[in-house]
Design a protein around this ligand. Structure first.
Ligand SMILES: NC(=O)c1ccc[n+]([C@@H]2O[C@H](COP(=O)([O-])OP(=O)(O)OC[C@H]3O[C@@H](n4cnc5c(N)ncnc54)[C@H](O)[C@@H]3O)[C@@H](O)[C@H]2O)c1
Length: 336
């Protein structure tokens, strides 16, 4: 078992940990546990739930799987269900699913009675290495992604890599993009492992989390340094928004967005052309992107109307080199 400690919660990585969920939860004195689960994860894991939860009291609250569920409509629907079940201030919400469930359940936990406890049990690679860590919760609006949200730290993150056994390859690749992003931002040894086709195991998950954990620790409320985690997300979010959040995984959009940021970095003289080529080759080789690549010029309208633009232009994360990110605001005219 690996235990990663943060200032406010522990991240536990252990194969088979889901079956001991009750032991991990009991230590938190959780009250009634309200599980928010996506329908696909529930179908796959419902038979294990009684063992996982042991003698702890719990309710199951199903949400349709998919990005569309990170919406106000679903939020209100689940909120009403929880209130009808008399959820109490000292109860605990458990997010059992991928990043969509983590963001939605986290936002519910952040807002019900102005904040109750919650635990993350991520079931996708992306949610294990990224979205369950760092306390960001969010909903999407028609105007854009993650426009409403709150910082609300979980009480615990319990990662069982066995969940990956049922994860479709497309979703595994999506999580690999964020794993690769973390390696590019802060871990040369992890980059080596990924280049060498190292299996996604506890060590890869731990290494990727360590990068995110240390970046978050330097800037928990995303005022400055934490922005580097948005590498690939400026265009990534624009792509998702243009596609109306469907038909493309978050990782696929971010991978294309990473190439676009590197291309703009090259144009601005920040990114060496050889770095762009190396990263592109790596991502093509690992099937994180495929040709023909999207053209960033097709997404400039989305970028222009992004609600999260900054005073000085569009905020980008560029790479000057491996593990050398640079945050810079670029005026729209300079994007071409
Ligand atoms: N809060 C943050 O810091 C943060 C960071 C990165 C991404 N995100 C958000 O995370 C979301 C993407 O998360 P995601 O990629 O996990 O998507 P997701 O939650 O939609 O899960 C992807 C699909 O995998 C299925 N699934 C989940 N676990 C499974 C399993 N073990 N076996 C089989 N199928 C399984 C789900 O039902 C779903 O269909 C986006 O909304 C993104 O904005 C948040």
């Amino acid at each position: 078992m690996e235990i990663i400690k943060t200032d406010s919660y522990d991240i536990i990585i252990e194969k088979g940990a889901f079956l001991n969920l009750a032991d991990h939860l009991r230590k938190l004195d959780p009250g009634m546990l309200h599980l928010i689960v996506d329908s696909r994860v529930y179908r796959l894991y419902q038979e294990m739930l009684p063992t996982a939860m042991g003698d702890l009291p719990y309710t199951v609250n199903l949400v349709r799987d998919g990005e569309e569920s990170k919406s106000f409509a679903t939020y209100q629907e689940v909120l009403a269900r929880l209130l009808d079940k008399n959820i109490r201030r000292d109860d605990t919400i458990v997010a059992l699913g991928g990043g969509v469930i983590g963001d939605l359940a986290g936002f519910l936990a952040a807002t019900i009675y102005r904040g109750i406890d919650f635990v993350q049990v991520p079931t996708t690679l992306l949610s294990m290495v990224d979205s369950s860590i760092g306390g960001k919760t969010a909903l999407n609006l028609p105007q854009g992604k993650n426009l409403v949200g709150a910082f609300h730290m979980p009480k615990k993150v319990l990662i069982d890599p066995n969940f990956l056994n049922t994860l479709p390859e497309k979703e595994l690749l999506s999580g690999l993009v964020e794993t690769y992003k973390h390696a590019l931002l802060g871990d040369a040894a992890l980059l080596e492992k990924l280049s060498a086709d190292h299996a996604v195991d506890e060590t890869v998950i731990k290494d990727a989390i360590d990068v995110k954990k240390s970046i978050v620790a330097s800037d928990p409320y995303d005022r400055n340094e934490r922005h580097v985690l948005n590498f690939g997300h400026t265009f990534g979010h624009a792509i998702e928004r243009q596609r109306k959040f469907s038909g493309i995984t978050h990782g696929e959009a971010v991978a294309e967005g990473m190439v676009m940021a590197l291309q703009i970095g090259v144009r601005l003289g920040i990114t060496p052309p050889s770095l762009l080529e190396d990263i592109k080759t790596f991502m093509l080789d690992k099937r994180l992107i495929s040709e023909p690549l999207l053209d960033y010029r097709d997404f400039l309208f989305e970028i222009r109307t992004d609600k999260k633009t900054h005073r000085n232009g569009i905020r980008f994360v560029f790479l000057e080199d491996y593990q050398k990110p640079l945050i810079k605001d670029v005026a729209l005219e300079d994007l071409g």
